[in-house]
Write a protein that binds this ligand. Structure first.
Ligand SMILES: C[S@@+](CC[C@H](N)C(=O)[O-])C[C@H]1O[C@@H](n2cnc3c(N)ncnc32)[C@H](O)[C@@H]1O
Length: 339
């Protein structure tokens, strides 16, 4: 990613190649687990109530600051080199600055995934992150319908504020029945803002019921929109998914058997310290049972990787799976997006 505003962001190309190559060798050839890319949901609390997201309804205890710092040290020793702090809304945690600084002090590349509303107020703490991902679920009407009044204005203000500080910004759009018809408007906005958008479907997450997500899009309409995205991607639109990733997303809700990285080189820490192989899967809630009070990193080696019937529908994880399966389209796409 290089330097911006005097801050070096991301790894240099040779260092990145080393971390990726050794993770590939360890996981795919030697069948060893190494938690190179971690997602860390710091809280399920949120200041928004997005209609497809169950996170704020969950009441779980949260790890204390020192437990998180110890966890960062332990996962770093196991091989963590990239971490995405997410939630809930991670910027709601008062100790977010301490957490980011600690991860950065270990040389870890830090991403943060946020709804953007608190970005201007928390600029002091996010200035050092390597990239910020802000949710953008369409133009103003669709985004506010899903996320609440003023959410769109706050998200776009957050994007511009981060860009003004030289922080690389990416966006995620969750395709739901509320915004399928707005992707052209969103791609125009992406062009205007100079951001790439990663798409993923509104699906089951944090929900162990048999019901589909209330905002899950109609399958045929959704697939027609993904066809449009594939064509727009070919024409150079600012879409972060690779062509191969879009083709797999097109099959939603049907899984495509690809080798998952979940539980091999990536996994997620939940706010209470529970370790899970992946979130946002077809199976909804996927928990790694904790039968003792041992800290999460002690469970990593024994955890069950995601099996091929559990498709992760989280856009970035799917792209990682494809890169580690040596998909040329995903590798080229990732290289292009990095630069
Ligand atoms: C859980 S949020 C946490 C970060 C932040 N609060 C936000 O709104 O972006 C991370 C991403 O997951 C997406 N998400 C939440 N629930 C989802 C679901 N049921 N299906 C697909 N994506 C979902 C959000 O839209 C967001 O892009």
């Amino acid at each position: 990613m290089g330097a911006s505003n005097g801050i070096q962001r991301g790894y240099s190309a040779p260092v990145m190649a080393w971390y990726l190559g050794t993770a590939w060798l360890q996981s795919r050839v030697l069948r060893n687990k190494v938690p190179r890319f971690m997602s860390w949901n710091l809280t399920f609390k949120c200041n928004l109530r997005c209609h497809y997201c169950a996170s704020p309804t969950l009441k779980v205890p949260e790890l204390k600051t020192q437990e998180i710092l110890d966890g960062i040290d332990a996962f770093h020793r196991l091989g963590m080199r990239w971490v995405t702090f997410s939630g809930g809304e991670p910027l709601l945690r008062n100790d977010i600055g301490t957490i980011i600084d600690h991860a950065k002090s270990k040389g870890i590349v830090v991403f943060i995934s946020t709804n953007g509303t608190l970005v201007p107020r928390r600029m002091d703490v996010i200035r050092r992150v390597d990239r910020i991902t802000i949710s953008l679920d369409g133009g103003p009407e669709a985004h506010n319908r899903v996320r609440g009044e003023k959410a769109w204005a706050d998200a776009t203000t957050g994007i511009r504020a981060a860009q003004a500080e030289g922080i690389p910004v990416a966006c995620t759009c969750v395709l739901s029945r509320e915004n399928l018809h707005t992707v052209d408007e969103l791609l125009e906005l992406a062009e205007e803002l100079g951001v790439n958008i990663m798409f993923q479907p509104a699906t089951k997450w944090l929900d162990s019921s048999d019901k589909p997500n209330d905002l899950a899009p109609d399958t045929d309409e959704y697939r027609a929109v993904i066809d449009k995205l594939i064509a727009r991607k070919r024409a150079g639109a600012r879409i972060a998914n690779s062509p191969a990733g879009l083709k797999i997303l097109r099959r939603w809700p049907d899984p495509t058997p690809i080798r998952s990285t979940a539980g091999w080189i990536t996994c997620t820490v939940e706010p209470d310290g529970k370790l899970i192989a992946s979130h946002i899967t077809s199976g909804g809630l996927l928990e790694q049972a904790r039968e003792d009070d041992a800290p999460p990193w002690e469970h990593f080696a024994a955890m069950q990787p995601l099996d091929s019937t559990e498709q992760p529908w989280c856009g970035p994880i799917l792209e990682l799976d494809l890169v580690f399966s040596l998909s040329p389209s995903a590798i080229l796409n990732a290289a292009r997006i990095q630069t």
